[in-house]
Design a protein around this ligand. Structure first.
Ligand SMILES: *Cc1c(COP(=O)(O)O)cnc(C)c1O
Length: 278
């Protein structure tokens, strides 16, 4: 699960959480607690129509034999007519879609009225921490076995994975924002873990979530060609660009976490193709 790879003449370790099974990546880690619960109620969440969390929740609901209601604020015409990527797979798994411009409050109200379990956008909630204890242990055992000290790096959305991995790991955890700016990410991390010592690095330039940029798809392609690993196309390129820009600041061997989400690449690649960028 952990192995050494080389990219642009530098070496780093990688934890393949994308290979945990059909249910994989950091969303699987976040939902581990709920997976072990004797859950009888249906679940309700909200977010974007291409989110990795949405897809993972659809798999989770299927495994648990419960219904999954998902609220989006709008659905674009392309996706409605041609449901692909995370969205298409989530629908195939039985996701029940609701469209409401006030998606968060609508989802909460729906869960309350129907006595269902509400799951925060991106599963950013305290229950998510359990799975990261196990992740920290995998890293720790590998490090002991190979006499390594790691600087761990993972790109963030809500910062939940970074906050909880850092809570349970003996190693320093570094991250960068892929949504919003560093200040906002620090705030989110401290809302979950007030004493968190996660180190937030600034990407060399500001990216909005899901931005189509030549340098992002380029590094993604290079990574695929050089390492033979398919990374995720929204978070990982920003992560690697930030990691490389700060490379000299790391003191120990770097462990990068592949947090899954590659099913979302289908629709993101299609957006790049429409724009004639690949
Ligand atoms: C959801 C996701 C993230 C962001 O995780 P957070 O815990 O919200 O920071 C990063 N990478 C991938 C591939 C994801 O699917």
């Amino acid at each position: 699960m952990i192995r050494l790879v080389e990219f642009r003449d530098i070496k780093f370790y990688i934890l393949r959480d994308d290979l945990l099974g059909e249910f994989n990546g950091n969303k699987a880690r976040k939902l581990e607690y709920f997976l072990d619960l004797d859950l009888k109620t249906d679940i309700v969440s909200h977010g974007s129509s291409q989110s990795n969390a949405m897809y993972s929740l659809s798999v989770f609901a299927k495994i648990k034999g419960v219904k999954f209601h998902y609220f989006v604020s709008h659905l674009n015409e392309n996706l409605r007519q041609n449901p692909i990527g995370n969205f298409g797979f989530a629908l195939q798994n039985g996701m029940i879609l609701h469209i409401d411009s006030e998606r968060e409050s609508a989802a909460k109200a729906y869960a309350k009225t129907n006595n269902m379990l509400f799951i925060n956008e991106g599963v950013a909630m305290v229950q998510a921490q359990h799975g990261f204890k196990a992740q920290a242990k995998v890293i720790s055992e590998y490090a002991k076995l190979h006499s390594k000290i790691f600087d761990i790096f993972l790109p963030s959305g809500t910062g939940t994975s970074a906050a909880y991995l850092s809570k349970y790991s003996e190693f320093d955890v570094y991250t960068c924002p892929c949504v919003g700016d560093s200040e906002y990410l620090r705030m989110q991390i401290h809302a979950l873990e007030p004493n968190s010592d996660v180190k937030v690095l600034q990407p060399p330039k500001k990216y909005h979530f899901g931005d189509l940029k030549p340098e992002l798809v380029k590094i993604w392609q290079e990574l695929r060609d050089e390492t033979g690993i398919e990374f995720e196309l929204i978070y990982d390129p920003v992560g690697f660009i930030t990691l490389l820009a700060n490379f000299k600041n790391f003191k120990n061997d770097i462990l990068y976490i592949h947090q899954g989400g590659v099913l979302g690449n289908i629709s993101q690649l299609q957006r790049y193709k429409y724009k004639g960028m690949i």
